[in-house]
Ligand binder design. Structure first.
Ligand code: 5GP
Ligand code: ZN
Length: 138
């Protein structure tokens, strides 16, 4: 448990939450600022700051719990779809630095919008970035 970590406090039960699922490795609870009705968060019990720090077994367990909750949202909330969202780093909108996955049930008439405008990119730029990511010449 990390000192001053909100989600460690929720896992420990010292900070109240609407918990919806628990297993050996993960705890899931409702987000207090829901993007849609049913917006939940899945966290590993063990503290890590983000996607790049979380251990592989906790990452796997968190994704599997998120999948289980996605199915439950379809079954119980009649969700039309589900988004899994992870923010890694402040530039990516992370605000709580205990690794977590948002499970956001989606409804045909909900107000959420794609946060980017899909427009064709410059093929040379895409290829150059792909080369960097593959590690070409490096
Ligand atoms: P992030 O911005 O790091 O991707 O996600 C953090 C999430 O935690 C936000 O969606 C925010 O609404 C939620 N959150 C912040 N404080 C609390 C809290 O005290 N309780 C619960 N249940 N959720 C919180
Ligand atoms: Zn923590």
């Amino acid at each position: 448990m990390a000192e001053d970590c909100l989600f460690c406090g929720i896992v420990a039960g010292s900070i109240p939450s609407e918990t919806i699922d628990e297993n050996e490795r993960t705890v899931s609870f409702m987000d207090i600022n829901p993007a849609t009705a049913g917006h939940a968060l899945v966290v590993p019990r063990v503290h890590s700051a983000d996607l790049l720090e979380v251990g592989t077994e906790d990452l796997e367990a968190t994704v599997l719990t998120a999948q289980r909750l996605a199915q439950r949202m379809k079954d119980v909330l009649d969700a039309d779809g589900v988004n899994l969202i992870n923010a890694c780093g402040p530039a990516a909108w992370q605000t709580v630095f205990h690794f977590h996955i948002h499970v956001v049930p989606r409804f045909e008439d909900d107000p959420l919008k794609l946060p980017w405008v899909p427009e064709p990119g410059d093929p040379d730029e895409i290829a150059a970035t792909a080369a960097k990511l593959r590690g070409d010449n490096g």
